[in-house]
Design a protein around this ligand. Structure first.
Ligand code: SF4
Length: 319
């Protein structure tokens, strides 16, 4: 499968006293056409920022300080603002944890979906409205002819999430960025939304980048996974490999905490310590203060990502 997206050596910096904080520090990963890639890590690891960079929506005062983001053969970081506006939504859609980030409370669901369709496809008002109804039907919202005229606050959390997905998919993007799309929902609704995403991905032949802290979601949805820690890629591998044979001690720790939770162990095994602050990233391997396998070299030299299996790469001095 050809790559749809290639992120190469991405750097995102924020100003900090006496220099810059490297929120994303040399991240590279790719997404193949039609695949779902999981990007995993604890909060503050740079996974959302790397996705926002794809749309060039890094919140100020942060800025993309280097790297390439090649999508369908063009480096998005070199496009004009006008060209980038055509990519956003139309070619690359995004859905968020909190649907109200994307939905405007003062317009009806239908107006909001139809606006994008008119803007990007030049559809008439009536055509756009009809397509908005179809988009709501595609995400299994019942009575879409009525719901299309509702304001977001009249819908439940799960329905709002479906409406946001409908809005993103109404423009038939080639790539969907989904940032913790089910984290705020209760377990039953979570499962329904994940099922819906999987169904729509196949139906619309999209690629998906699924950003999550939840390896259970990755197991269910993704073909490959990128594990991030402190702004860098710790490990990347096919999902079956990550679960069967995790290489990086951070990945091993994440898996341990998932399996102990699943088994309902009395004592939950969490990774000890906390994610380092951007202002105070430890030297060498940023994971070393928490790593049970730390060695002397880890405290002074940053490990580069290295091939350690057919499709697995890891950044760790153990390999
Ligand atoms: Fe642990 Fe060293 Fe590997 Fe970092 S490089 S994960 S500290 S063993």
């Amino acid at each position: 499968m050809p790559n749809l997206l290639d992120i190469q050596d991405l750097q995102v910096h924020f100003p900090a006293p006496g220099g810059v904080a490297k929120a994303v520090d040399g991240v590279s990963y790719s997404v193949m056409a039609g695949e779902t890639l999981g990007v995993v890590g604890e909060s503050g690891c740079g996974k959302t920022l790397s996705a926002l960079s794809i749309l060039r929506l890094v919140p100020p005062p942060g800025k993309i300080a280097g790297g390439k983001i090649v999508f369908e053969g063009a480096d998005l970081l070199t496009l004009s603002n006008e060209e980038m506006r055509k990519v956003r939504g139309k070619k690359i859609g995004m859905i968020f944890q909190e649907p109200m980030t994307a939905l405007n409370p003062v317009f009806t669901i239908g107006d909001q979906i139809a606006e994008g369709i008119r803007l990007h496809f030049g559809a008439s008002r009536q055509e756009a409205w009809d397509r908005a109804i179809e988009a709501l039907r595609a995400v299994h919202i019942s009575s879409p002819e009525q719901k299309v005229a509702d304001y977001p606050h009249r819908l439940s959390g799960g329905m709002r999430q479906r409406a946001m997905i409908a809005m993103a998919l109404s423009l038939s993007p080639a790539l969907l960025l989904a940032d913790e799309p089910t984290t705020a929902l209760d377990v039953t609704i979570q499962a329904q939304i994940l099922e819906l995403l999987a169904e729509l991905k196949d139906k619309f032949s999209m690629s998906v980048i699924l950003i999550t802290h939840d390896l259970g979601v990755v197991a269910q949805m993704c073909e490959r996974v990128v594990v991030m820690y402190a702004g860098r890629v710790a490990e990347t591998a096919p999902v079956r490999e990550i679960f069967a044979n995790p290489k990086h001690p951070y990945t091993q720790g994440l898996l341990d905490s998932v399996t102990s939770r699943r088994r309902g162990d009395g004592r939950l095994r969490e990774i000890k310590g906390v994610v380092p602050s951007l202002m105070d990233t430890p030297p060498g391997c940023a994971f070393h203060p928490r790593c049970p396998k730390v060695m002397d070299v880890c405290r002074v030299k940053i490990p580069e990502l290295k091939k350690v299996g057919k499709e697995t790469e890891t950044a760790c001095w153990l390999y």
